[in-house]
Design a protein around this ligand. Structure first.
Ligand SMILES: [Zn+2]
Length: 417
């Protein structure tokens, strides 16, 4: 029997004991230390899926090479937000590796296909080079199996459908390469649909080719990711999708009025009708409107760190950043703000449609206090328990909601029509 299963059984006994004295199934009246302890145990016992981690691009920018004696392979490092050791500490099992294709590639003859292949090769390479720590994953049950063996799964999602080009056959090509979700576009309109960051409204939503891409993804069993696409494109997807969709890294527009990259209340309701999931992004600009206007403050913090010859990743920088954050509350959000977004989704559509899509390694230093890297998911779980969420609720947020969507996508592909 594996460590995770044993832990889950043990935890079941502990939680049952807590619940027998507390009939409301509510941990909110426990002490901070007790909650922290339970949160840590839940993070280890439950699978945690994160919808969006930008590790491949971070390594790609640094000219990652496998052959240089594992240089750059993320086992233990001070760089970035993700590595094996910190993931283990935080209970993370399955960070979706973002195969991110910047929109500049849309001008190239191959529309970014070669770059996509390079980044996929990098993830394959990491899994092959350290098979006792990392493994590829093409289904939820792959992730369950890898977790039982103590490995971090590296499922892949492609951020931008541009590399599909104008050939529908490429959807199958990327499916065969292991891509399990495609974000239809990124910062600019592409051949599939319009982007929330663009103003051109090339198609007024999904293009005719984009409709075929969505149908082909449904046929094969690739999740449709609606993060980054325009509102019109989202509603077009809702009309034709034959399976639930995800928003792999979006937050609630309710807290960031006018920021189209987040989802409006109406869109979240539509997403829930489709049985989909919104995976909450941790980046400051996704959590609060004010945070988006704080580049100057961020520069002054950077200057303080540089003057002390520190980077934000040095442990010595931690108290300085924390102090600065306290003096300038508007600069960083904190873990409770992320929980506010989760609360908001739950209030709108219930517990079954929300998950985690941190955008680690993709949003620079703008991460909330208490959620600075992949070792910190227990802080979010503790905050949710404090607010009265049950262990079962936490389990849904950590992975069950996303697994439900993913399994349905697989099932529908097996039974088209
Ligand atoms: Zn993104």
């Amino acid at each position: 029997m594996s460590y995770k299963i044993l832990l889950a059984l043990f935890l079941g006994v502990v939680l049952a004991a807590c619940q027998s004295t507390d009939k409301t199934n509510n941990y909110s009246n426990l002490s901070g230390d007790e909650i922290k302890h339970i949160a840590d145990s839940l993070a280890q016992a439950y699978i945690i899926v994160d919808g969006h981690v930008d590790l491949p691009y971070r390594l790609g920018v640094k000219h990652f090479r496998l052959e240089r004696e594992y240089l750059g392979i993320p086992v233990s490092s001070k760089e970035g937000d993700f590595d094996y050791e910190r993931a283990k500490k935080g209970g993370l099992d399955a960070p979706f590796m973002s195969i991110y294709i910047p929109s500049s590639n849309q001008q190239k003859p191959d529309m970014g296909k070669a770059l996509a292949d390079t980044l996929i090769n990098m993830i394959d390479g990491i899994a092959n080079a350290i098979p006792d720590k990392f493994a590829l994953a093409r289904t939820p049950s792959d992730i369950e199996q890898n977790s039982r063996e103590g490995k971090i799964s590296l499922p892949m999602g492609m951020e931008n459908g541009a590399p599909i080009g104008n050939d529908l056959g490429n959807v199958k090509y990327f499916f065969d390469r292991g891509i399990r979700y495609i974000t239809l576009t990124h910062g600019k309109d592409n051949q599939i649909c319009d982007s929330s960051y663009d103003t051109t409204a090339t198609w007024g939503g999904l293009s005719p080719f984009g409709e075929k891409v969505v149908a082909e993804m449904n046929r094969l069993g690739i999740m449709v990711d609606v993060s980054h696409i325009s509102d019109e494109a989202f509603y077009d997807v809702m009309k034709i999708a034959k399976a639930p969709v995800i928003a792999s890294h979006s937050s609630c527009r309710y807290f960031t009025p006018g920021f189209q990259r987040n989802m409006s209340d109406d869109m979240i309701r539509e997403l829930a009708k489709n049985d989909g999931v919104i995976q909450i992004n941790f980046g400051a600009s996704f959590l609060d409107s004010v945070a988006r206007q704080n580049d100057d403050l961020r520069d002054s913090l950077e200057a303080i760190l540089v003057s002390r010859k520190l980077t934000s990743k040095d442990p010595e920088a931690e108290p300085i950043i924390e102090q600065f954050g306290k003096e300038h509350r508007e600069l960083f959000s904190d873990v409770s703000r992320v929980a506010d977004h989760i609360d908001h989704v739950v209030k709108l559509v219930g517990i079954d449609h929300v998950g985690i899509g941190s955008d680690y390694d993709g949003v620079g230093d703008s991460l909330p206090l208490g959620l600075k890297d992949v070792s910190t998911y227990p802080n979010l779980i503790a905050e949710l328990l404090k607010r009265g969420y049950s262990a079962e609720d936490v389990e849904k947020i950590c992975y069950k909601n996303v697994f439900r969507v993913w399994n349905k996508v697989i099932e529908r592909a097996g039974n088209p029509g």
